[in-house]
Write a protein that binds this ligand. Structure first.
Ligand code: HEC
Ligand code: HEC
Ligand code: HEC
Ligand code: HEC
Ligand code: HEC
Length: 301
């Protein structure tokens, strides 16, 4: 009997504490985003960023919802790699305002995270950059789409668009930036956010960030009459994929997987694979990386 009372007493006490913690945090968030948080749909967790309250009906928001960035947290949790809180730095955003000082007791980690690569991963009302970007467009995408994060675990290259585009970090090959680096001042944004009508919701470009081959001719750069790029791509792709197959076979057959030559050959392979699967962002560099890997064959046998 005594235990039951003790249990009930403790439950009530805990409940009260949790209740006051929640109230407390909401008071704080009201202070921070005054008119918004006072609305009816107060988020269940103070971490939810809530930009949709004011921006939800804009094309940017609706485009974002359709595509990869809005699924980044779910894909992270359901994905094949070991989870760490450090993964959130690229897979989940919107916690910048949560300092221990202002929000004591609110720590975000794999269990408590709620946002994907959301608006505040890239924008902040306190920023002075154009479009309130947290970093200039040139640096923004590269800050996550890079392989040198040092947190995904040794030997994991799950994406490498920046290194491939900039033509660096591979083994045994000189620097070889894509010719696009020179002409595209906003880099990734140039191809991945181009859309015809800025006011309309698009299926490609804009905040879907989905590029397709139509961008090649959109700024009058490549000839659209013969749709040259879209026609050439399958051929480039087939060449690269054939080389990748050869490197893969070589890596699989290598008896000593600790040799530096093995690690170099594998790094180059993983980089090409980590870039849209076949090195799309810099075909000449992808070819050079794979050629170097193949040149190591005799050392691996
Ligand atoms: C805060 C980190 C972060 C930033 C900044 C970022 N990305 Fe991403 N991006 C991701 C993650 C994580 C994914 C994987 C999402 C998933 O799980 O499918 C992704 C996926 C993508 C995809 C695949 C989309 C799809 O629908 O499958 C494209 C394309 C892309 N990003 C382009 C960009 C571009 C262009 C920029 C710069 C404007 C950018 N990203 C900035 C983290 C980021
Ligand atoms: C430096 C930024 C960064 C960090 C840190 C990071 N990721 Fe990613 N991750 C990305 C980006 C960018 C993509 C999208 C790649 C693409 O679409 O080509 C991605 C894609 C993924 C995907 C989906 C695609 C795939 O390769 O299967 C999974 C799962 C994933 N990451 C897991 C993790 C895990 C687990 C961690 C932590 C151990 C982590 N990531 C840390 C940037 C990062
Ligand atoms: C991965 C980074 C990224 C994310 C996530 C992102 N944006 Fe953007 N946004 C950009 C960039 C880059 C630009 C500037 C594009 C340019 O310079 O052409 C931009 C521009 C804008 C603009 C002004 C131009 C336009 O396209 O209307 C608005 C409004 C905007 N974003 C709102 C949002 C909202 C709302 C969200 C959340 C749903 C969001 N953004 C998420 C990167 C991002
Ligand atoms: C209380 C309503 C409200 C909330 C909440 C809100 N915004 Fe805004 N935002 C505005 C208003 C108003 C503007 C100015 C609109 C304009 O200039 O057309 C603006 C402008 C912006 C712009 C600049 C668009 C451009 O054309 O360059 C971006 C980007 C943006 N907000 C992102 C965000 C993000 C990210 C969040 C969530 C962290 C957020 N906003 C939350 C009201 C809000
Ligand atoms: C020259 C134009 C161009 C530039 C610059 C560019 N991309 Fe791409 N990117 C593309 C095209 C085209 C695709 C392929 C889309 C498809 O499969 O139809 C693509 C594919 C991708 C994908 C894979 C999308 C998916 O669905 O899995 C990611 C991620 C990506 N790019 C990120 C980036 C990042 C980050 C940068 C900057 C470092 C960048 N891109 C620069 C044109 C470009």
């Amino acid at each position: 009997m005594k235990q039951v009372f003790l249990f009930l007493g403790l439950s009530v006490l805990m409940g009260t504490i949790v209740f006051f913690m929640l109230c407390g945090s909401e008071t704080v968030s009201v202070l921070h985003a005054a008119p918004v948080a006072a609305e009816t749909s107060i988020p269940k967790t103070p971490f939810a960023e809530g930009c949709d309250k004011c921006h939800g009906s804009e094309p940017a928001y609706q485009e974002w919802q359709q595509a990869g960035h809005s699924h980044a947290l779910v894909n992270l949790i359901e994905g094949p790699y070991e989870l760490r809180t450090s993964c959130l730095s690229c897979h989940s955003g919107g916690y910048e305002v949560f300092s221990e000082r202002v929000y004591p007791g609110h720590t975000y980690n794999i269990e408590t995270a709620v946002n994907a690569v959301s608006c505040s991963s890239c924008h902040s009302h306190t920023s002075r950059e154009e479009h309130l970007l947290v970093q200039p467009a040139k640096k923004l995408c590269v800050s996550c789409h890079k392989m040198d994060c040092g947190c995904a675990g040794a030997g994991i290259v799950h994406q490498s668009q920046s290194e491939m585009f900039l033509g660096r970090e591979g083994a045994g090959v000189k620097r070889m930036p894509s010719p696009h680096v020179r002409v595209m001042k906003k880099r990734c944004v140039h191809c991945h956010m181009t859309k015809e009508d800025p006011e309309a919701v698009a299926k490609h470009g804009g905040h879907t960030f989905i590029a397709d081959m139509s961008v090649c001719s959109s700024a009058g750069c490549h000839d659209s009459a013969d749709n040259s790029m879209a026609a050439k791509l399958p051929q480039y792709r087939a060449e690269i994929e054939a080389k990748m197959k050869a490197v893969k076979a070589m890596l699989d057959a290598a008896p000593d997987k600790t040799l530096q030559e093995y690690l170099d050959a594998k790094l180059n392979y993983d980089m090409v694979k980590g870039d849209s699967g076949y090195g799309l962002h810099n075909m000449p560099y992808a070819n050079a990386l794979l050629d170097y890997s193949l040149s190591l064959k005799s050392k691996l046998e």
